[in-house]
Design a protein around this ligand. Sequence first.
Ligand code: IDP
Ligand code: MG
Length: 167
Amino acid sequence: MKEQVLVLIKPDGISKSLTGYILTRLSEAKLELVASRMVKVSRKLAERHYKHLKGKEFFEEVIQYSLGAFHPCKYVMALVFVGEDAIKKCRDLTGATNPEEADPASIRGSCGRITTKGVFENVLHVSSDIIEAEREIKLWFHPEELIADVFPTKITKVKSTRKRVWA
Ligand code: IDP
Ligand code: MG
């Protein structure tokens, strides 16, 4: 089935200069890259993204990790890929959540680590299923930031919004 998937290169992946390597590894899946954006993650965005983890003992740690609190590069790279079985293909290349249990040849297995404080620095986020993928893509991107129409859109009048434009 043709699917969309949100991939985030987390602050450890950016800080370790793994961006190019990760894009090369993900390109093995032969998917179409339809959006990319460097994002300084706000607390609100991180909490909405990880809402399924609220209540877990590591929730605050995951939020801090996403905000870049543990790394010199305090941002993430957000990507949207489209293609046949995109979620499974990206998750297989990425490996298990726990980088020490991940297949050593996977991205997390070869580039991730668990810190002495117990943080899973696992380099990437990949949507877990099609429902989550749609929710996450709509959370991280505006429709016009994707070069393909992956979900229905509508035109609406937005009154008195403030927007940063070039000076
Ligand atoms: P996933 O990223 O493989 O889909 P999720 O269960 O959705 O795994 O967890 C989201 C993120 O929360 C993980 O990528 C990891 O950063 C963090 N996380 C999950 N489980 C643990 C844990 O047991 N200890 C520390 N961090 C965890
Ligand atoms: Mg997940």
